[in-house]
Design a protein around this ligand. Structure first.
Ligand code: PLP
Length: 428
């Protein structure tokens, strides 16, 4: 581990060594992702407690040969051009790799900027993907409408039905894709079981863990690549769009290869200023997640008690409640996301407007903010999924997804929700 003195003495040349985040490997049981983040020591150029932000798009060299070696990837600790890599991005990537207990990570300009290069890097024309049918609408649209232009085909399955998953695999399948907790239906992917299937067929298991940071560590359960939209809980202040993929050192290096790496060539690079601000917010994630989870559990219990159909893995009525308990870290709870079903789009619109009028939170897409955010998924973040497919997967037009905030008094907040439910005639 570098000391502050080492860092200062290294002056301008201090930078994150390439493998500095190959931290101790944890066994799944002992693994606490928040400790893994906090155990990393980063210093600013002048001994600052926050790492310095690299505010340059290009870097100078004393010797032309070092520039050549850096371009070839053979000069550890040197930087060439900020689309390739920056110290700030490496610091954030290191912390996220530690959090997900993977060897390495790559931060990107958005969640989609992490997701799409993974498919385009691991697959070629003629290949096939098996994906959960309940995934974020943007990912669904990429696989359904965009990827076929490059002869990459996807079969969408019920990810909770392991026989259906395995039956969809063909000799051309390269990727098995799912979300730990699905957007917006809150289905739980049995990552350990899916990983057995993936290994049996030599597939990469790619898991989007955006809804469940800290709560679930998919790599510990056998996922090969773990993705987050950092835009959500990890950043937590709804001021930034960013993403990350966490995986092996080899795959990150491969995806960043200047000759044929999809992450490098598609150019979804995160800006260093944003990387630095996300890094600061990441440090409070372990304080925020239990509060999101506590409030969401309370809201879910109250909605259910009021007779509203509620989807939340913390409820005993959730079909994967017990499975989720075996997957999650108890300190961080069942997560901040829940969904309620008020049957029709008209009901959903009326209720959301009534909740916003009563200052429950905001009628807005996205998630992970300190205030509660709510949207009707079928006509917003899942609108890319055709209506008949929404119906067949159980996505009702009256489904409202709530990202529950950090409210200090969840009881007071729910009493406002209850007033809204009464005002629009959904309860008496
Ligand atoms: N994955 C999930 C589960 C999401 O909800 C989203 C966005 O809502 C994304 C990925 C895409 O992330 P971004 O908007 O940062 O590209």
């Amino acid at each position: 581990m570098l000391t502050i003195t080492d860092a200062i003495q290294n002056g301008l040349k201090f930078s994150a060594p390439k493998n500095y985040y190959l931290a101790a490997k944890f066994t799944p049981m002992a693994f606490n992702p928040a400790n893994a983040i906090q155990d990393l020591q980063y210093f600013g150029e002048f001994g600052g407690v926050n790492p310095s932000i690299s505010d340059s798009s290009t870097y100078t060299f004393l010797a032309a040969k070092t520039m050549f070696d850096t371009f070839e990837g053979n000069a550890d600790g040197c930087y060439l051009y900020s689309r390739h890599s920056t110290p700030s991005n490496l610091y954030l990537a290191g912390a996220l790799a530690a959090m997900e207990n993977t060897e390495a990570a790559l931060v990107t300009a958005s969640g989609m900027g992490a997701i799409c290069p993974v498919f385009l890097h691991l697959c070629q024309a003629g290949d096939h993907v098996v994906s959960s049918r309940t995934i974020y609408g943007g990912t669904y649209a990429f696989l359904k409408n965009f990827a076929p232009k490059f002869q990459l085909k996807t079969d969408f399955v019920d990810i909770t039905n392991l026989e259906q998953v395995e039956a969809a695999i063909t000799p051309q399948t390269k990727i098995l894709y799912c979300e730990t907790v699905s957007n917006p239906l809150m289905e739980i992917a049995d990552i350990a079981a899916l990983s057995v299937i993936a290994k049996r067929h030599d597939l990469k298991l790619v898991v989007d863990n955006t809804f469940s940071p800290l709560s679930v560590a998919p790599a510990n359960l056998g996922a090969d690549i773990v993705i987050h939209s950092l835009t959500k809980f990890i950043n937590g202040s709804s001021d930034t769009v960013a993403g990350v993929l966490c995986t092996t050192r080899e795959l990150v290096d491969d995806m960043c290869n200047v000759t044929d790496g999809a992450a490098m060539l598609l150019g979804s690079t995160l800006d260093s200023l944003r990387a630095a601000s996300i890094m600061k917010n990441l440090r409070t994630l372990h304080v925020r997640m239990p509060q999101h989870s506590k409030n969401a559990l309370y809201f879910a219990q109250q909605f259910e008690a009021d007779g509203i159909r509620t989807l939340y893995p913390g409820l005993k009525s959730h079909k994967s409640h017990e499975l989720y308990q075996t997957m999650m870290h108890p300190d961080y709870g069942y997560g901040g996301m829940l969904a309620i079903d008020v049957q029709t789009k008209a009901n959903a619109s009326a209720l959301m407007e009534a909740m916003q009028e009563r200052n429950v939170g905001y009628l807005a897409v996205s998630l992970g903010f300190y205030r509660t955010l709510f949207s009707a998924s079928g006509s917003s973040t899942s609108s890319e999924i055709p209506e008949e497919e929404q119906i067949s997967m159980g996505l009702s037009p009256g489904l409202i997804r709530l990202s529950v905030g950090l409210d200090c008094d969840a009881k007071a907040s729910y009493s406002k929700i209850k007033e809204a439910l009464k005002a629009v005639g959904l309860i008496n």
